[in-house]
Design a protein around this ligand. Structure first.
Ligand SMILES: [Zn+2]
Length: 192
């Protein structure tokens, strides 16, 4: 590999943060289910105030998707999810009813969700999105206030800019909100 190729790879890594392979291993997030921890999900004010299901305190409705409109025609579906762990602002849980629309998920599937997304319901997030999010500034949707994306930015870039070469990067782009079609913009914090 020549020096030029090395720099091309390096710049590419700045856009698609793949330098630390250990962080990209599937299921690398650590979730705690320690009932005595102040971080235990039942103690979260967001859960307490918004989902007061006395008999089933771990079960909440989550808007579950299988990717954004660029990737799939499958519509998001509101599912009941039983929370089983927490990792900072993210929660892990098991889908407890059978989906009618979703194709890759079923009763018993484990997903990650986030509550504070600017929207009425918590929303499923992909772990790949969580890993990439720190490299991007995401403006909330101007119509519905959604603060996240269904897909990781690297996948959106590959779909929107299929001719992009290694070493070329995107500084910022406008996107249609995955929930309502309103306008969101994302800005690459590492753009050089
Ligand atoms: Zn929106």
């Amino acid at each position: 590999m020549g020096l030029f190729d090395f720099f091309k790879r390096f710049k590419h890594a700045a856009v698609f943060p793949e330098k630390d392979q250990s962080q990209r291993a599937p299921g690398s997030m650590v979730f705690t289910n320690d009932l005595t921890s102040p971080k235990y999900w039942r103690n979260d004010p967001l859960i307490k105030t918004r989902y007061p299901l006395a008999d089933y305190p771990d079960d909440i409705q989550v808007l579950v998707h299988e990717g954004g409109r660029r990737k799939t025609k499958v519509q998001p579906e509101l599912m009941y999810v039983r929370t089983t762990g927490r990792s900072g602002e993210y929660f892990k849980g098991t889908i407890i009813n059978e989906p009618a629309l979703l194709r890759t998920l079923k009763k018993g599937s484990v997903i990650i969700y986030k509550i504070d997304t600017g929207t009425k319901y918590p929303i499923r997030v992909f772990e790949t999105f969580i890993r990439e999010k720190k490299d991007w500034e995401i403006t909330p949707c101007e119509k519905c206030g959604f603060t996240e994306l269904f897909d990781p930015p690297s996948e959106i870039i590959m779909i929107k800019f299929p001719d992009l070469k290694p070493g070329e990067s995107i500084e910022a782009m406008a996107l249609l909100c995955d929930l309502c079609g309103g306008l969101q913009t994302i800005t690459n914090k590492n753009f050089q």
